[in-house]
Design a protein around this ligand. Structure first.
Ligand code: FES
Length: 74
């Protein structure tokens, strides 16, 4: 989420990255293997909102390599 905001990309949020709202979810088109492991907070949100396997909660995810992403609101 921070990397996107620093690049000038909009990221939906109502909790400002506290891992509560789930609105910052993104679809990973390529590079899922280049993201950090799912942490406890993200797993809670994944279960709560029924995220697909290729979706991640961006405020809880660290980018470790090249990825291609999309969001429903872009
Ligand atoms: S910004 Fe709210 S969960 Fe990520």
């Amino acid at each position: 989420m921070t990397a996107l905001l620093n690049a000038g990309m909009p990221v939906a949020s109502s909790c400002f990255g506290d891992g509560v709202c789930g609105k910052c979810r993104l679809q990973i088109i390529k590079g899922l293997e280049n993201l950090s492991a799912v942490n406890e907070t993200e797993q809670f949100l994944r279960d709560r909102y029924g995220l697909a396997a290729n979706e991640r909660i961006s405020c809880q995810t660290q980018v470790q390599g090249d990825i291609t992403i999309d969001a429903t609101y872009w």
